[in-house]
Write a new protein. Structure first.
Length: 1162
């Protein structure tokens, strides 16, 4: 009978439960897999005999049907468009990981990408579940899958693999190795694969070329889309617009519920728990949301408010069991366990009197309600915070103060146990008002905040943030507390619901006065800005008392503090006009050149704080302290325009006309900063106008400006900004411009282009002009003679053609295929704009490149080849033609032709494989007389060298460079012959590239690579910029695959040297993946000596390097590195690094657990 009731409950659950985590079946049904296969084969008859393709299509179709969601509930994610573009680019087959927590929407994102890719011609997406790979017992699923992808490619299709729930294969080593083989095999064969996983398992999805794509919290646009969909599903009687507006106001005001709204899972929970009514937003935070979930999904399984109002039936109340389950997990030291083990630990937490059958049935019910979820064979709570909340509930149900002491002892011992600490934090929050536990709570908070570790201190300060009375002598204690602990409490303070804002403000003031650490004070200012959205007057009073501007007179203020202070001023401006005014003017008087930020802020807030006296003060401050610049003039122009709007000075058309004439008709040899600001103000003022008459007056005056310097300023900035503004002024400008240019063809032929037309043509020739403007404004009926009659019109041809202008495209076609139409000067004009060098349209690109080849325009070809980086694969198809052009120049006999040939060959070498053997290439190098050309050829040598024997290339370069690791100048020019320093520098880079990237990593090359990775030519001090770090890291990653210990020792040695010299991070994103790969390969075997050494180097290296090294170690070897990371967090390091280390330890302790905690069961 019990088994029967369980089956009935499961059936009902499938019908009734709308779990926040479960994708919904689409309305209207889906086609059977057999139908999909039949249609696919009909459209691709070449594949009808490929059994593996037909099987793969059938599996994919079945899974698409199973995971298909209700379209009305799907929320398109912001990253989707970018990811779709990258998957559509078949020239780059990098493996990609979609990483997100449970309920973040990974499956639905892959489903949406499947639909979009399937709609593209020749694209064949395959959406498969990881369970298909795990369940295929009939053969080798990886080989079968690869074979199907290859069959599709041979039939002219572009397959894309979308593997969902890849994390299910990362709990078992055999399955993980299968997945890693799949990732590598698919990538090596030239196909793109996308793999979805939770963050906890993402680190185990190891591939050197893997590109991660994180499903981040909702942005504002995603929140709006999500709320609209959730209203339709959960509270259809409510107004979608009204609820969306309420949520927008709540997030804009910084209410605690804002953190809930940005989480896809929590936002859906909020609506689900409120159904059928719209959700309450004023007094909701994450803790209260989980408490509501506990009431409606654990104590009972309520679907309506009526059910919630009824007394809970004891049979439905699973709170005790849920608490035992969480406590059992806590005792195991892990957030998830295999199902059978979870039953055992839950039984141990429940005690010897429990009924195993009742316990098992209860766990099944918790799973049906969505409280527990399965991840492969692992079972845990659906959210990490839910586990911590449930464990706290289970422990507090004992009503034993000693439990708090036990938790505190474990949390503060052994350097800090943050897995247990996260549960203790929930206990302190939930029990904070319990009068019977106050002594135990105070003792715990005191022990936490006086402990040696800042991560542990933060737990106590979070409790203090909720309940200030739990901490005695707050001012004195806070002064002794670490910066990262203060910062965490500060960021949590404004997120606590139902807390008096006055109390929160008082606590923030205490934190400000307790420390001068910039990161903490920045967090205080950010918290004030959030609170000021609700109580601006109270925050303004606090700000006035603290006088944060005093900080800006010293040297401790950072750029972040400056921006955060502006954020507070923004939120209090309507209630503290004088404070904001005086503070902003004082900030402008700082002797630096960053005033444009304050000016931008002033312009935005001018309606609240501005007047003519303040404007005069700002101008005086800028005259005295700011360095004149176009950026400052533009921002001052916005400010002046804001003052005009405030006063209404130009409300009358006559006055406006007179002012425009005076400002734009000035004579002189140049434009003064004051005049530039006034002209920029005219543009900003015009964009904001809604009065068509005054807009027309301004547009006409701007177009008719006579002073050449004023015309240049108007054309290059003011008109361009108006045209791209999307305002009524932009529409009127286009209308006036279209009228003026309507006769441009005839005017060009007669040589009678007037000043206005000339200015407009110059405007349209700018690369920053708004998209489509050229095609819209140039008349459609232009003929060949029109284009060729005036250089200003001719130079617009590439942009117009690229934007779809039919006459421009026809003209390019005639130039390409017909008899010569353009003189050399005409071709100069045609290729003079950026649009000619980098068109987006493939047709226009083909035409322009062909024209350049036919006309022998080497310089233009160089620019086209250089710009083609942004359009992957374009140049490859033209490789033979372009190489032939280079050879013709090199063999032309003319020195100038050889020089141009060498330059062009160097450009080609940097973009494509030219296929020249080294003897032929060496002959080119030897024959080049121009040292600058030789430098460019040497710079790209490594790109043309096969990955095998590079001894001949190294021998050639040896005539320009000598590398002696122990010399005073380890990299130098050889004695006895003059060597151009630029050639020597290029040769040093070439050797580093050849040894570091162009052949299999050889341990014998390390002394040379290490030296070139540390020293510049003729220098005795270490100087490392990002390219050096990238190449060395790539070499060590490849060496680490063969010899992890050697690679690790080399990496430690190198980082120690980098720490002792200068590191310039001029391309912050370029080297990170390579360094992370090097670290992970070096630590592959969990070598404690290597892990210890790498962690130790992080004390002194640049923070950006330490961040990558520590993240890479923690991802794969957290258990081995945890003790060292804790020690690093307590060491004498920067506050920024300490905060990062503490957050890293906290995140990993929470996600992966620590060690068994059996004493909690006592």
């Amino acid at each position: 009978m019990r088994r029967y009731s369980r089956q009935i409950r499961k059936v009902l659950a499938r019908i009734l439960i709308d779990s926040p985590m479960a994708p919904q079946r689409a309305d209207g049904g889906t086609r059977e897999a057999s139908e999909v296969v039949r249609d696919f084969v009909q459209n691709a008859p070449a594949l009808k005999d490929s059994r593996r393709v037909r099987e793969l299509v059938a599996v994919s179709a079945a899974y698409v049907r199973d995971v298909r969601i209700d379209k009305a509930l799907y929320v398109p994610r912001t990253i989707e468009g970018d990811l779709f573009e990258k998957l559509s680019d078949t020239a780059h087959s990098w493996p990609r990981a979609v990483i997100g927590e449970a309920g973040a929407g990974k499956s639905t994102l892959l489903w949406s990408l499947y639909r979009e890719l399937a709609a593209k011609p020749h694209m064949v997406p395959m959406l498969l579940p990881a369970t298909w790979l795990l369940g295929d017992t009939r053969g080798e699923p990886v080989e079968k899958l690869l074979g199907a992808l290859q069959d599709l490619a041979q039939a002219g299709r572009s397959p894309v693999l979308l593997l969902d729930t890849a994390d299910l294969m990362l709990h078992d080593e055999e399955a993980r190795q299968m997945l890693l083989r799949l990732v590598d095999t698919v990538h090596t064969a030239g196909f793109t694969g996308v793999y979805s996983t939770r963050p906890q398992e993402a680190a185990l999805l190891a591939h050197d070329e893997l590109r991660p794509h994180h499903l981040l919290p909702y942005d504002d646009a995603e929140i709006d889309r999500a709320v609209a969909a959730l209203v339709d599903r959960y509270c259809p009687a409510a107004s979608r617009a009204d609820v969306t507006e309420r949520v927008q106001r709540a997030t804009a005001r910084g209410l605690p519920v804002a953190d809930v709204c940005r989480s896809p899972l929590l936002l859906r929970m909020l609506f689900d728990l409120s159904a059928p009514d719209e959700p309450e937003l004023d007094d909701v935070d994450v803790t209260r949301l989980f408490d509501a979930y506990w009431q409606r999904r654990v104590i009972r399984d309520a679907r309506t408010d009526t059910e919630t109002g009824l007394r809970a039936r004891a049979a439905d109340n699973l709170s005790i069991l849920a608490g035992h389950t969480a406590v059992g997990l806590l005792a195991s030291g892990l957030p998830e366990l295999p199902g059978a083990t979870l039953r055992d630990t839950t039984g141990m937490a429940a005690g010897p009197q429990h009924d195993p059958a009742v316990l098992e049935e209860g766990l099944d019910v918790l799973t049906e309600r969505g409280v527990l979820v399965h991840s492969g064979d692992q079972v845990g709570f659906f959210h990490q915070t839910m586990f911590e909340f449930a464990a706290a509930k289970g422990l507090l149900a004992r009503s034993d103060p000693a439990v708090i002491s036990t938790l505190t002892t474990r949390t503060t011992g052994h350097g800090g146990d943050l897995f247990v600490g996260a549960v203790l934090e929930q206990v302190l929050i939930l029990a904070g008002t319990n009068p019977l536990l106050q002594d135990a709570l105070r003792d715990a908070v005191r022990s936490l905040v006086t402990s040696g570790g800042e991560a542990v201190q933060a737990i106590g300060l979070v409790a203090w943030a909720h309940y200030p009375a739990l901490l005695d002598d707050s001012p004195g204690t806070l002064r002794k507390t670490g910066a990262s602990a203060l910062e965490r409490a500060t960021r949590i303070l404004p997120t606590i619901a139902a807390k008096p804002t006055g109390q929160t403000i008082s606590q923030l003031m205490l934190v400000w006065e307790a420390t001068k650490e910039p990161r903490v004070r920045t967090a205080v200012l950010d918290a004030f800005a959030r609170l000021a959205l609700r109580v601006p007057r109270d925050v303004a009073d606090a700000l006035e008392h603290l006088n944060p501007l005093q900080v800006f007179t010293g040297t401790t203020a950072t750029e972040g503090m400056r921006r955060s202070l502006l954020g507070v001023l923004h939120t209090v401006s309507s209630k503290a006009r004088l404070l904001v005014r005086s503070t902003l003017v004082a900030m402008l008087m700082r002797p630096d050149d960053r005033g444009s930020i304050e000016l931008d802020y002033l312009a935005d807030q001018w309606h609240d704080i501005g007047d003519d006296n303040l404007l005069a003060e700002v101008v005086r401050a800028l005259d005295a302290y700011a360095r004149p610049s176009h950026a400052v003039a533009a921002e001052l122009g916005r400010l002046i325009a804001a003052e005009w709007r405030r006063t209404g000075i130009w409300d009358e058309p006559e006055a406006w006309t007179d002012f425009l004439a005076d400002s734009l008709g000035a004579e002189g040899e140049g434009v003064t900063p004051e005049a530039e600001a006034a002209i920029r103000a005219i543009g900003a003022f015009t964009v904001a106008l809604n009065d068509e008459d005054r807009i027309r007056l301004a547009v006409e005056a701007l177009l008719d400006a006579q002073n050449p310097h004023v015309r240049d300023l108007v054309q290059q900035t003011v008109l361009r900004d108006i045209l791209s503004s999307g305002s009524k002024a932009a529409a009127i400008l286009e209308e006036v411009a279209g009228t003026s240019l309507a006769t441009i063809g005839d005017a060009a032929q007669r040589g009678m282009i007037d000043d206005r037309q000339r200015l407009l043509l110059d405007l349209l020739a700018q690369s920053q002009v708004t998209e489509g403007a050229v095609a819209r404004l140039i008349p459609r009926q232009l003929v060949t003679r029109d284009w060729t009659s005036d250089a200003r019109l001719l130079r617009l041809v590439p942009a117009a053609a690229d934007q779809g202008h039919a006459a421009a495209r026809q003209f390019l076609k005639r130039v390409r295929h017909g008899p010569p139409l353009l003189s050399p000067a005409g071709l100069d004009t045609l290729f003079s704009t950026r649009a000619a060098r980098d068109p987006r349209s493939d047709d226009v690109f083909d035409a322009l490149l062909s024209i350049a080849v036919q006309a022998g325009r080497t310089a233009d070809l160089e620019q086209i080849v250089r710009a083609a980086d942004s359009r992957g694969g374009r140049i490859d198809a033209y490789g033979p033609v372009l190489l032939r052009h280079a050879r013709d120049l090199l063999t032309g006999g003319d020195d100038e032709a050889k020089r141009r040939g060498g330059e062009f060959l160097a450009e080609l070498m940097g973009k494509i494989d030219i296929g020249m053997a080294w003897p032929e290439l060496r002959a080119v190098f030897d024959d080049v007389g121009d040292q600058a050309v030789l430098v460019r050829l040497i710079e790209h040598l490594w790109n043309q060298t096969p990955v095998d024997d590079v001894s001949a290339q190294l021998e050639y370069l040896g005539q320009f460079i000598v590398i002696e690791p122990d010399a005073g100048k380890p990299v130098a020019r050889p004695g006895g012959r003059p060597v151009n320093i630029s050639v020597a520098v290029a040769s040093a880079w070439a050797v580093l590239y050849l040894l570091g990237r162009s052949r299999d990593a050889d341990a014998d090359d390390w002394p040379t690579i290490r030296t070139l990775g540390l020293y510049e030519v003729e220098q005795d001090a270490v100087f490392v910029e990002t390219r050096r770090l990238l190449i060395v890291s790539d070499y060590l990653a490849r060496l680490g695959r063969k010899n992890p210990r050697q690679a690790g020792e080399n990496l430690i040695e190198y980082l120690e040297k980098v720490a002792a010299g200068e590191f310039r991070d001029n391309f912050p994103k370029a080297w990170r993946r390579e360094l992370r790969n090097a670290v992970q390969h070096a630590c592959a075997h969990g070598d404690q000596r290597i892990i210890t050494g790498l962690v130790a180097t992080c004390r002194t290296v640049d923070f950006s390097i330490a961040e990558e090294v520590l993240t890479a170690i923690a991802e794969r070897h957290y258990a081995d590195a945890r003790q060292h990371l804790q020690a690093l967090g307590r060491a004498d390091i920067s506050a920024t690094l300490r905060g990062f280390v503490i957050d890293l330890v906290r995140a990993h302790d929470r996600s992966f657990g620590t060690r068994a905690f059996p004493e909690i069961l006592a």
